[in-house]
Every structure is written in structure tokens, then in C-alpha cells.
Design a protein around this ligand. Structure first.
Ligand SMILES: Cc1ncc(COP(=O)(O)O)c(C=O)c1O
Length: 383
């Protein structure tokens, strides 16, 4: 029987699944998985429980509960002076992953081109393929992961409809400067493209930096489609509450897909996230300092082990160059670390379509308990 549709014929198990299975088999410390190995805040879990007890348990309105859409609108206004109307410009999704899928399915026709900046979050290219679109990669060149403006401009063709940008950036930990964002945005403006701005790590920026949403740049409000996720902000990735902020036309397109993919999103979790967003000003300082402490400690230890790279400014990832004396590529190096050193990481070549630059790196996730990070460093000693 031919039981696999052509549109997914070349899909493989995602690299995260493969690494996690190997990590379990070899009893390795897992710094591959991109989520915390500790729980999110108790006060928010208590609110979720209360919301269930209060009877918020049936289907939510399909664009998202009014409370949550209102609170999303409020925080974009409060933090970034951006105005999104909760009724017509905000849609709640099952995590940012569904949000990305909806935007791509809602906008891309077969044969349309989408510019993706590599290394990229792997669901972008999968969603583009499912829509019948073509992903056109532009490399963020190591070691600073900067874009060559000429390469970006050359990647745009008359068939290009969308450009996808991720800031702060997984897997490199890069926080884009205003100049860099303006340069990418200008390409979108010049060629009349939509720009999908994946900002799931918007609150994970360190050293006093402030997140700059693409939509705040001149000329970008109407063409930027912003995606974010409560999973990252509250360290509760399993809740899978994300959202899309976009103009009314794009919102309508996304909602048309959403109503037949998931229809609506978990009601009590939406109601809890709405309360969580109200608390952001009190919650964020502790959240950021917790992750900053982990970043600083892990970075210092990695340097002592001989890994040489600039400190990442955002997210909970480090893109770490392989030690100079190895001839191994990332996948083999990652396998070696799992089997010989009992430490699991992600080989980033999976996040590239064009360049081989990722073969010289590994992605480490430092969103882990102190003891997890300590055992990883212990295991890596003598490498
Ligand atoms: C850049 C990026 N975008 C989107 C997502 C998906 O987020 P969610 O868990 O809300 O679906 C992730 C998760 O790791 C991510 O790193």
C-alpha cells in the first residue's frame, strides 16, 4: 500500500526526537532538548487549576478566549506601544508551532517562495513544504551569524511572498541589532513581502538589552506577522499556548486554517495565561535573572573546557563551535558526545538547507537545573 502523501515523503523523524531517544538509550545528560527540565511557576499552575475548578472547560471561542486576546493586546501596547485589536488582529494557537503553520498555510500557494534565514527553526521548512511552497535559504554567516545583504536581495524573486525571521534566534542565541532588522525589513518593504517574525524568546534577552519587535520598525506594522508563545515566557512549554498578531487580512486567512486544524485551544490554559500576562512586569525580572545566571555559569565552564565563542545575548541556547583538533562533523561529534561523554546536544546541520557552516557547531540548551548543567560539565571534562 502507498500510504504516505507526497508532500511529506521526504520528512524524517525530527532531530530532537532522534537525539532524545539516543540520550535515553545511553543515559546521557540531555542538553539537546530545547526546554527547561524544571517546572514553571507554581502561582501560574495554581491559577490554571482554579480556572478548571471554576468551569472553564468547554471549547473556547475559536480565535481564542476574549480574556487572553485582550491581555495579549494589552502587553503589546504596554511593552512595545504596538496596537493590535483583540477581535480582528490576534489569534490564539496551539503553541507557536501551530501559529507558524497557519501563517504559511494561510498565505502560501504551491510554487510560492519563502525566504528562510538559516540556521532556522525546523518547522518553517516543513510547513512551507506542506503548503507546496519553496524554501529559499539565506545563510546567517558564522561566527556572528550575520546576513550578507547582497545574498538576501539575490534570494528574492518575483515568486517570493514571505520572509521568515527569528529574533531572538534559536539556535545561535543571537539578538538582532536594530540596523540588522532594518536591513532585512527594507528588503521586505522594497519587494512588498510579508515578514513572519518569530519572537517566542522575546523576553529572554540579557545584559540589559531590550527586545525590539520587527513590527515597531518604520513601515513594518502592516507587513509583519508576529508569532510568540507563553510556553517560553513562563517556562511551561507543555501548555502549548501561542499566538499570531497580524493585520486583519492575514488574521482572517490564519483563522480559516485554524478552524479546521485545531478549531480551538485549551480553555483553562488560555484563561491562566491571560492572568499570567497581567503579571509580566512583576514576573519578568526574576525569570530573566534565573536564565542569565545559568547562561553565565555554563558559558564560563564551557570556556574553561576550551570552547571559544562569543556569549549569546538571548534565548536559552548556545551555538558552540567544535574543538579545533577534531575532524568530525556535527552529527558524528554529537554521537561521540552521547556515547563517550554521556552528554546529548543537537547537531545544527539539520537547521540548514544550503550552507555547511552548521557542521562545525553543536547546539547546547542551558535551560536546565543546576545539577543537570553541573553533571554535563563534569562529563565533558577531558574531552
Ligand atoms: C524559534 C522557535 N519558534 C517556535 C517554537 C515553537 O514554540 P511552541 O512550543 O510554542 O510551539 C520554538 C520552540 O522551540 C522555537 O524555538
Amino acid at each position: 500500500m502507498k500510504d504516505t502523501a507526497l508532500r511529506i515523503a521526504d520528512f524524517k523523524d525530527s532531530i530532537f526526537g532522534v537525539i532524545s531517544r539516543l540520550a535515553r538509550e545511553h543515559n546521557a545528560v540531555n542538553l539537546g532538548q530545547g526546554f527547561p527540565d524544571f517546572d514553571g511557576p507554581n502561582w501560574l499552575k495554581d491559577i490554571a487549576y482554579k480556572k478548571m475548578q471554576e468551569g472553564h472547560n468547554q471549547y473556547a471561542p475559536f480565535p481564542g478566549t476574549p480574556n487572553l486576546r485582550q491581555e495579549i493586546s494589552n502587553y503589546y501596547k504596554k511593552f512595545y506601544s504596538l496596537n493590535y485589536h483583540p477581535d480582528s488582529e490576534i489569534t490564539v494557537t496551539v503553541g507557536a508551532t501551530e501559529a507558524i503553520y497557519l501563517v504559511i498555510m494561510g498565505l502560501i500557494n504551491p510554487g510560492d517562495e519563502v525566504v528562510v534565514l538559516e540556521p532556522f527553526y525546523d518547522s518553517y521548512v516543513a510547513s512551507i513544504k506542506m503548503a507546496g511552497g519553496i524554501a529559499v535559504p539565506v545563510t546567517m554567516h558564522a561566527p556572528d551569524f550575520t546576513i550578507d545583504q547582497k545574498e538576501l536581495e539575490a534570494a528574492v524573486s518575483p515568486r517570493t511572498k514571505l520572509l521568515i525571521l527569528n529574533n531572538p534566534h534559536n539556535p545561535t542565541g543571537k539578538v538582532w541589532t536594530k540596523e540588522e532588522l532594518v536591513a532585512v525589513s527594507n528588503v521586505a518593504i522594497k519587494n512588498d513581502l510579508y515578514l513572519l517574525s518569530d519572537e517566542v524568546y522575546e523576553f529572554l534577552v540579557f545584559d540589559g538589552a531590550k527586545h525590539l519587535p520587527t513590527a515597531t520598525l518604520e513601515g513594518m506594522m502592516d507587513r509583519t506577522i508576529t508569532v510568540s508563545s507563553a510556553g517560553k515566557t513562563f517556562g511551561l512549554t507543555g501548555w502549548k499556548i501561542g499566538w499570531i498578531c497580524a493585520n486583519q487580512k492575514v488574521t482572517n486567512a490564519c483563522r480559516l486554517v485554524h478552524q479546521y486544524v485545531t478549531f480551538s485551544v485549551s480553555t483553562p490554559m488560555q484563561e491562566a495565561v491571560a492572568e499570567g500576562l497581567k503579571q509580566l512586569p512583576d514576573y519578568l525580572p526574576g525569570f530573566v535573572s534565573l536564565y542569565k545566571e545559568k547562561r553565565d555559569w555554563f558559558y564560563k565552564e564551557m570556556k574553561l573546557l576550551g570552547f571559544d565563542f562569543p556569549i549569546p545575548k538571548g534565548t536559552y541556547f548556545m551555538m558552540v563551535p567544535l574543538l579545533k583538533h577534531t575532524n568530525l562533523k556535527d552529527v558524528d561529534y554529537a554521537l561521540k558526545l552521547i556515547t563517550e561523554k554521556k552528554v546529548a546536544t543537537v547537531p545544527p546541520s539539520a537547521f540548514y538547507l544550503k550552507s555547511a557552516e552548521g557542521e562545525k557547531y553543536l547546539r547546547f540548551c542551558f535551560a536546565k537545573k543546576e545539577e543537570t548543567l553541573k553533571s554535563a560539565i563534569e562529563n565533558l571534562k577531558g574531552l
